[in-house]
Design a protein around this ligand. Structure first.
Ligand code: FES
Length: 126
């Protein structure tokens, strides 16, 4: 199986690993295909901007790499902008994934969406 250099880099040195205490939103999802788990924490300021994001995963290398890249891509974005970032965009920015590993990139997107839904539930707009 061939991984691009960008994928290997994010797998070996994942960015934004960990958790956020008192996060504005937390999302946890499981991958139906392999059973791997992803948890994402977001900190959102009063302008709806994501000021911090961290993730933890029991997932494979491709899941780690795409989550690491996804956290970079949503950092500093508004919640609405972050929702527009798809797993395809994340995968593409890493130079692609082997087709059998594409399902791994869905974990980050789903966990992020869950975290944003959690945030919105806890912070309903007036
Ligand atoms: Fe499960 Fe990649 S094999 S996330």
């Amino acid at each position: 199986m061939m991984y691009t250099q960008q994928v290997m880099d994010h797998f070996m040195n994942p960015r934004n690993v960990g958790e956020i205490e008192n996060a504005s939103g937390v999302g946890e999802v499981g991958n139906a295909k392999c059973g791997d788990i992803m948890k994402i924490y977001i900190k959102v300021d009063e302008n709806d901007v994501i000021t911090d994001v961290k993730f933890k995963t029991f997932g494979c290398g491709a899941a780690i790499a795409t989550s690491s890249r996804a956290t970079e891509m949503v950092m500093g974005k508004s919640v609405d902008e972050a929702l527009k970032i798809t797993n395809e965009m994340v995968t593409e920015s890493l130079g692609g994934l082997p087709p059998v590993k594409l399902h791994c990139s869905v974990l980050a997107e789903e966990a992020l969406h869950a975290a944003i839904a959690d945030y919105r539930e806890k912070h309903p707009k007036a």
